[in-house]
Structures are given as structure tokens and as C-alpha cells.
Ligand binder design. Structure first.
Ligand code: DMJ
Length: 655
């Protein structure tokens, strides 16, 4: 018998074991390994042992490097979580350049946005991907930055609701001017705090970008028409005079948007004609078109604007041909005829007393006395009319009799608001010489204090209510929020200090009208609770829940900041701007007024961008955030009620 041939290889046979049943018991596996080992030749066993020893030596020598490598990776992650300490490797971080605006960067350490960023960085995963997620999630659009934390996470819901309802409001779209790749904060480390200068630059740029976005929509879908309908991507015509374009001219000038200004100027020069058979409202055309053209003339020095202003001013004059010389509300600027509304011969008091700044300035510039005479006559008559209560005026005046009608209701809101504003502003415009304006203004403010001021419950917010035939109503229009700014302006021009105190209190109230709403946007009208035990200060009736992108609160914030330099007013304005961007911005261009400020998921777009959003709201926000006090100095200019700055007359008329 021959001994079994020695094998220099290992053969492994997978065969049936345990009677065909799979048996993977430990004992069997151990026995099988030992048997295999014994079957190896001595050479084979030596080689295997040698390889094992080599492996051990290699493993022990390279352990520190591998260990360090893994520690390093974990260290990056831990560092990110801690925000970066010295000594351990950090992902590369790009420093902010002082002059380049990076609106997507976090703004202040306590903002909720920062804590959510921190949370995100706790997630395991490649740091680059986390940075990428941040960019997509909330940093690609400077207009989507949230400071107040209100309504956070609504973008997605908005999109869903838009998908269902067909509306296209979207706050998180990338903008043309800030590409995602521009983000300098790719690494999710500690946010870099901004200097006040950087903060100013950032906020100004966000206003500019908001304006550009609104303008893009207007340009694409409503160019040369009165108002943009951003949802249906078309326009609405009111007078057919390019209302938004004219209202926005001086805003573009102030914001330094030269290209946009140049193309708008070209349209005014070559396309705008007032020789049109169209009925226009005297007040609206005066404050928006005449006021807008006059202020643009002053800012730019371009005579073409003065020519256009004179053209429209002269075409409005037929409105004053009434039995009483109190003007009709409507004028046909092509035919030269005027008439009251179809249902009444009354005009509203605010309308006939809020055209004076513009017509007076037109006379000063053209030396044509007819304009100042006409509006001066209205002011003179209203000054001596009976029917006021402690300087407060009723809401209607009759164009035949020249008397107040429908008397007994007193408000600082719709139909009376800017009467009070223009008392003060005419006094300022004329160099503080026309004392009857000052007397009427001071008396009216005392009348407000005596009859219309109350405090809400539970927070004790000071508000301006209404008086109806002796009955107080705690109703306040958003329109009333012009008052803190006007009071502060008066105090700046030497009126009593308590006007500024009242301005501060009312400013807080107007801010709360935004802050207490779910969208961070004020409704058109609120009702304050005054009875003890109320749980909330503000109630809003379903019919009053709309927001028309109105300016009054940011207007007042601008005045309050200019005169007190208290940064909280800027922060409030910043919150409001972001709420506009979150809930009213339409992705395809423009902003829309909304119907329900109480529902951030379904704010119900009204499909209208009012011209004053560009003429006033964005302008006041820009001026609020700017440190340049000479940018429309309040010692040299007085703003008309549509935010168009007109010069304060120099004491020497030759100047
Ligand atoms: C503007 O036309 C003017 O500010 C006016 O005095 C009141 N209404 C709008 C803005 O809300």
C-alpha cells in the first residue's frame, strides 16, 4: 500500500454533514479547523504563521496614525458642534468681506435661526453636505431670512397650499442677484457676527432686492399701467397713468437704482400723456402723481419732471370750480370737467385737506399763483368751520355748502387721517410762519388725548380709538399708525416733549399690531380690548384681516429712529420687512396684498400690488436702515402723505 500522497494545497470541500442536515455548531467548526490545520504540510504551517506575525507587526506600527486619522474626522464634527476651538482641524471658512453684502448670513446671536443652524450641525454626515443643505434650506435667498422666528417653516406649507390653490407666493426662491454659490458661510461653524456697518449694508441690500423683485413683476406684466396683479400676471387700471411707475420714481432715485430709474424716466418722457379722456381722483392723483413728479424733479434736477408736474397740476384745477370752492373728488383731465361721486355731493375731509403741500410747491416753482390760492382757500375755510370737537374734524364736507356733513364721528383713521398730518407739514413746509396751521394741529392733538386715547388690557397698550356721537369705540385703523411719526416730527421741530412720549407709546402699539398676528403683518383694522380680565389686547374681525402692504407703521418707525436713534425701531422694521417677504412675495415677480393676516398657511392673496408699496413702504424701510441722516434730511425736506419729499421753503425766497 502506498502512503497517501502529500498535498501542498488545501482543499476545502463543502459536503453534506450530519446526515444531510446543515450543522454549524461551534464544536463541529472547531474540530473541522483543527483537522484542516493538521492536514497542512510543515512548510504551509510555517508560511501561515509567518504571515500572521507580519500582519501583527504592521498593525501595531500603524495604529497611532490610523487612530489619529479617525480622531481627526470626529474632531471636525465635534468642533462644528462646539463652534470651533483652537488646536483641531476645521473645515475651511471663508471670511466675510466687509463691503460685500451676504444677506444669508445669520444676523444676531439670539435669533432663532441660529439655534436651528446649530441643531443642523449636530447631524452626522459629511460637513460639505450639511453646508449644502443650509444653502438650499434657508440661505439661498436673502429675502427669506427670518429674525423674529414667527411663521418659521411656513415656506413648505405655503408651497403646498399654492400647489393646491394655484397661487404662487413663495419666499424661498433664489433671487437673480444673490446666487446660491455666493454664500460665504459654507462651513456650518459659529456664525460670524456682523458689525453695525455690515448690518446696515445687509439690510439696505435686502430692501433694494425687495424693490427689484417688485419692479421685475411690474415691468414684466404691468409696464406703463397703474397696478400689478402679480398672481394672474396682469395689471389693473385705475386712472391709466402708470401710477406705480410714477409713485416709484423717487424711491429708485433714493435707493440708487440707476438703470431702473433711467428706463422709467424714458417712459415718463416719451409715453406718459395726461391728455386723456379719463376721470381721476383729485386727492390720489395729487399725492401720487403730482407729488411723485415734483419730488423726482427736486432730487434729480431733471426739468422734464417739472413740466409733467405742471401739466397734471393744471389739468386738476377744474376740481375747484364748485359753489363752495371745496373741490370735487373727481376730475376728467382730458375734458377739463369735474364732479363729485355719483351718490353724493360730499367730499371727504382728508381728501380736500391733503393736496396743499403739492399745489403750494407747484406755485413756488412755476410762480403761477392759482395753485396755492385754490388749496389755500380750502384750508382757510376748514380752519374756521363749525362742527369740530376739540380740534377733531368730521369725515365729510359738502361741495355745495362748504359745511361739514354727517357730523359727530371722529377718527384719526380713514377719511380724516391726513388732515392732521398736513396741518403740521404745511407749517413746516412754509418755514413755521403760518400760525393757524400750528394752532389747529396743537388743538387737535389735545383733542386726541382728551377723547380718543385709551389703554388696552392686559398689556396696557396706548391706542387711538374713535368717537361716534359721544360713544367711544376701541377701533383703530392701521392708517392711524402715521400718527407716531407725525408726533415725533412735530417734537423735532420744537413742539412739546410729551408729543414724543406719546409717539413712543403709539409706536409700540402699531408694532404690536404686526407682532401679535400669526403672519407678523398687521390687519387693516383692529379692536382693542379694554375690559379687565381680557386675555389678549387685540381682536380682529374676519372682514378686517387684510393687509394692503401699507406704509404707515414703517413710516413712523423711520421718524422715531431718526429722532431717537433707538435701534429697536430698526429691528421692528426689519421684522416687518421679513414678514412681507415671507407672506406677500410672489415668486414670479411682485408682492401681493393678502386677505388673512391670521393664517400664515393660507394668507389668501388679493392679487394686487398697491403703488404705495414701492412709493412709500420700501422707501421708508430703506431710510429707516440707512445711517446717512442726510439722505433726505428732515431739516430740509418734508414728506408728502405718499412719501414724496418736498423741500422746506428757505426763509430767503431767492435761495
Ligand atoms: C397712501 O396713499 C397715503 O399714505 C395716504 O395718505 C393713505 N393711504 C395710502 C397708504 O396707506
Amino acid at each position: 500500500m502506498h502512503p497517501p500522497a502529500r498535498k501542498d494545497y488545501v482543499s476545502v470541500t463543502f459536503g453534506e454533514q450530519s446526515g444531510g442536515k446543515y450543522n454549524n455548531s461551534k464544536q463541529l467548526r472547531r474540530q473541522s479547523c483543527w483537522r484542516k490545520w493538521k492536514q497542512l504540510s510543515r512548510l504551509q504551517r510555517s508560511m501561515a504563521l509567518f504571515a500572521l506575525v507580519l500582519l501583527l507587526i504592521f498593525g501595531m506600527s500603524s495604529y497611532p496614525a490610523i487612530h489619529q486619522h479617525f480622531r481627526g474626522l470626529v474632531g471636525v464634527d465635534e468642533e462644528v458642534e462646539r463652534g470651533g476651538a483652537a488646536g483641531l482641524p476645521l473645515p475651511p471658512r471663508v471670511l466675510l468681506e466687509p463691503l460685500k453684502v451676504q444677506p444669508e448670513a445669520p444676523l444676531r446671536p439670539e435669533a432663532p435661526e441660529l439655534s436651528s443652524q446649530k441643531k443642523r450641525s449636530h447631524k452626522r454626515g459629511p460637513p460639505v453636505l450639511q453646508g449644502h443643505q443650509q444653502k438650499r434650506g434657508n440661505m439661498s435667498d436673502p429675502l427669506a431670512v427670518v429674525v423674529g422666528g414667527r411663521g418659521g417653516g411656513h415656506e413648505k406649507k405655503n408651497k403646498e397650499s399654492n400647489d393646491k390653490g394655484g397661487a404662487v407666493i413663495k419666499a424661498d426662491q433664489p433671487s437673480d442677484h444673490t446666487k446660491a454659490g455666493d454664500n460665504k458661510e459654507d462651513s456650518p461653524g459659529l456664525p460670524i457676527e456682523k458689525t453695525p456697518k455690515e448690518m446696515e449694508a445687509l439690510r439696505l441690500e435686502v430692501v433694494r432686492e425687495s424693490f427689484r423683485h417688485a419692479w421685475r413683476g411690474y415691468k414684466e406684466f404691468a409696464w406703463g399701467h397703474d397696478e400689478l396683479k402679480p398672481i394672474t400676471k396682469t395689471y389693473a387700471e385705475w386712472f391709466g397713468l402708470g401710477l406705480t411707475l410714477i409713485d416709484a420714481l423717487d424711491t429708485m432715485w433714493i435707493l440708487g437704482l440707476k438703470e431702473e430709474f433711467a428706463e422709467a424716466r424714458e417712459w415718463v418722457n416719451s409715453e406718459l400723456s395726461f391728455n386723456k379722456n379719463v376721470d381721476v381722483n383729485l386727492f390720489e392723483t395729487t399725492i401720487r402723481i403730482l407729488g411723485g413728479l415734483l419730488s423726482t424733479y427736486h432730487l434729480s434736477g431733471d426739468k422734464m419732471f417739472l413740466e409733467k408736474a405742471t401739466d397734471i397740476g393744471s389739468r386738476l384745477m377744474p376740481a375747484f370750480k364748485t359753489p363752495s370752492k371745496i373741490p370735487y373728488s373727481d376730475v376728467n383731465i382730458g375734458k377739463g370737467t369735474a364732479h363729485p361721486p355719483r351718490w353724493t355731493s360730499d367730499s371727504t375731509v382728508a381728501e380736500v385737506t391733503t393736496i396743499q403741500l403739492e399745489f403750494r410747491e407747484l406755485t413756488r416753482l412755476t410762480h403761477d399763483q392759482q395753485y396755492q390760492d385754490a388749496v389755500g382757500e380750502v384750508a382757510r375755510q376748514v380752519h374756521q368751520l363749525e362742527g369740530k370737537q376739540d380740534g377733531l374734524v368730521p369725515m365729510f364736507i359738502n361741495t355745495n355748502s362748504g359745511q361739514f356733513t354727517r357730523q359727530g364721528v371722529f377718527t384719526l383713521g380713514a377719511r380724516a387721517d391726513s388732515y392732521y398730518e398736513y396741518l403740521l407739514k404745511q407749517w413746516i413746509q412754509g418755514g413755521k410762519k403760518e400760525h393757524q396751521f400750528l394752532e389747529d394741529y396743537l388743538q387737535a392733538i389735545e383733542g386726541v388725548k382728551k377723547n380718543l386715547l385709551q389703554k388696552s388690557s392686559p398689556s396696557g397698550l396706548t391706542f387711538v380709538g374713535e368717537l361716534s356721537h359721544g360713544q367711544f369705540s376701541p377701533k383703530m385703523d392701521h392708517l392711524v399708525c402715521f400718527l407716531p411719526g407725525t408726533l415725533a416730527l412735530g417734537a423735532h421741530h420744537g413742539l412739546p416733549d410729551d408729543h414724543l412720549e406719546l409717539a413712543r407709546l403709539l409706536m409700540e402699539t402699531c408694532y404690536q399690531m404686526y407682532a401679535q398676528m400669526e403672519t407678523g403683518l398687521s390687519p387693516e383694522i383692529v379692536h382693542f380690548n379694554t375690559h379687565q380680565g381680557s386675555t389678549r389686547d387685540v381682536d380682529v374681525k374676519p372682514a378686517d384681516r387684510h393687509n394692503l402692504l401699507r406704509p404707515e407703521t414703517v413710516e413712523s418707525l423711520f421718524y422715531l429712529y431718526r429722532f431717537t436713534q433707538d435701534p429697536k425701531y430698526r429691528d421692528w422694521g426689519w421684522e416687518i420687512l421679513q414678514s412681507f417677504n415671507k407672506h406677500t412675495k410672489v415668486s414670479t415677480g411682485g408682492y401681493t396684498s393678502i386677505n388673512n393676516v391670521r393664517d400664515p398657511d393660507f394668507p389668501l392673496p388679493r392679487d394686487k400690488m398697491e403703488s404705495f408699496f414701492l412709493g412709500e413702504t420700501l422707501k421708508y424701510l430703506y431710510l429707516l436702515f440707512s445711517d446717512d441722516l442726510d439722505l433726505v434730511s428732515l431739516d430740509r425736506y418734508v414728506f408728502n402723505t405718499e412719501a414724496h419729499p418736498l423741500p422746506i421753503w428757505p426763509s430767503d425766497p431767492q435761495e
